[in-house]
Ligand binder design. Sequence first.
Ligand code: ZN
Length: 200
Amino acid sequence: MRTLLALGLVVAALVYWEARRELGLDHRLSAIASEVAGRPVHVDCPGFIRGLVDISGDGGSVMFGPDGKPSDTTRLETSVCGDLAAYRKTRRRSDFACVYGSVLCSARVERTVYAALILSHESQHLRGVRNEAVAECYAIQMLPLVAQRLGSPPEEAKAIATHFLVVDQPLLSGDYVLPPGCVNGGSLDLHPNSADWPGG
Ligand SMILES: [Zn+2]
């Protein structure tokens, strides 16, 4: 009986600790998404239990109502949340310098870059952009901001956006292929007067 009680306390402590950790992460990611979306929004990471059965494979999602307006919350997948939670730790690894180059990095580094892109992409949906290709185009351009808020210095954050555009984006297909206007000075350039691309 005493063993059961002790076990119960350990489980309760673990659940409490996990809930606090998740809440802290949600809070931090919500602040970043709100900055990108230009309005108060929420990022929802799966808790421990939902995480066990979370295998949707899309990275994240935002629901749109019949009026064409987005909900205030994006649900991110367990693996994406995990990579975002470990962002600061991963960027301190020596192999993270690979983001300054234009060849495929280690799986862990690519996953981290991709997780930051997903946060940026879902934030575009929360901003009201429904079209996947347009959301992707804006997401890459706002990736330097997102990467900075996640813990990267400005130069590294810009390198991450360029790395994603050159290395990862060409691997995507279907709805996620960038539209013709998604070029420096094109119709989807968020800063048409800046020579920097995709970060400015
Ligand atoms: Zn999308």
